[in-house]
Design a protein around this ligand. Sequence first.
Ligand code: SAM
Length: 466
Amino acid sequence: MNLPEAFKEKMKNLMGESYQDLLDSYDKPESKGIRTNTLKLTPKELAGKLPFETQGVAWCQEGFYIDHEVRPGKNPYYYAGLYYVQEPTAMAAVEVLAPEPGDWVLDLCAAPGGKSTQIGAKLQGQGLLVANELVNSRAGILSTNIERIGIKNAIVTNEFPERLVDSFYQSFDRILVDAPCSGEGMFRKDSGALADWSLERVSRCVGKQEKILESAHRLLKPGGVLVYSTCTFSPEEDEQIIEAFIHKYDYELESIELPGIDDHGRVEWTLNYEQAIEKTLRIMPMNVRGEGHFIAKLKKTAAGSEQKEIKQGYSKSRLKKASRTELLDYRDFAKNALEKSFYQGFEERLYLLGEHLYAIPAGIALETIANLKLLRTGLHLGTFKKNRFEPSYALGMALKLSEAKNVCDLKDEAQAYQYLKGEALNIRAEKGWILVGYDGHPLGFGKASEGMIKNHYPKGLRIRKK
Ligand SMILES: C[S@@+](CC[C@H](N)C(=O)[O-])C[C@H]1O[C@@H](n2cnc3c(N)ncnc32)[C@H](O)[C@@H]1O
């Protein structure tokens, strides 16, 4: 691999004897992985269904290595949201974050959503996930991934991290900062990171990371956990930034124990020889089957001294509580198409954004999020069209087949592709909205009439060919 000279020189100076091992690792094939979506099934159930070989990932019970020839995005189970395609070492950061059902969790740099979907699965629908992404086009992809995985309790924002502080000052139990970085650990996998690399880029990344971490500090509850991760080797973006952070704010570094990874941050790569840096984790590609990462786990030991109140922006919000009459068509749909056990829990949390109906996550006060640029405010249930209610893709993916009254569970892969391509299905079913699934898991909605199921799979997601 053609590595930049300045990078090689820097790593040679830092790594000494093990430098050659790092160089050799670039000639090995990249590792590919998938992670089970435990909102839908167990790892064992998934492995039993897949048409390709899998091998467990030591540090993530839900993770599997797959052969580098396999194309996991080309399988109906992928579209059914049964797994997320994720590089195995990238699964480690959320294992360290270890969110629990009921937690309020913020993923500050979230797109395309590998770690957010992992957090969403660990929350099991309880608590709150705020997935934030600064770049608008990337935030759209994040939102679609969250929908495909079937996460009900997530808000997707498209903001500078500091803009979240007015709404969520010291609100989160756990925050992940999977920072934008110089990507040195991804050179094998991502030719863009290799082409863009320079020493100046490393310095620019440090500036961004410092700002993001400062916002994270203001957003985290006292006693809360902050996990910082990068996919780069440069000490400026790893050990040094964490050393400076714990010297500036009241945090303690916590030791990280992950099966299969036993390498730590280098105290000798810091500026002030902070011994606690040993508690951070380095994932180096010559020691582990996967790409390079750095992870630090920090506990906030004292409250911030700012006297900050959550801003009230309710009057500016376009989101409004839905009235009884506005909800008539939705209620008709819900009664006829869904099991009560699915929808009764969010009856009091129904909000309208224009013609779109959302069930916002429990515990969120509208005034706290009113001023934010929101891409998804919880579970998008559907859209009112000329006094009709049309269920959304997100709703289809958040349901179990057993929670819909009218269901067509396809067993044939060719028929599943027909649906995913946007074609009508020649199947006779009870008239009305019907949840179309493949092998026990939803793919999306259709509408049955006269011996046909009309396709309602979103146009933007349809696949062109098998
Ligand atoms: C390493 S990627 C995140 C990957 C993601 N966590 C995942 O697992 O799929 C970093 C993200 O930070 C975003 N970003 C770039 N500049 C940023 C900034 N100044 N503040 C916050 N996020 C930023 C990038 O657009 C990118 O999506």
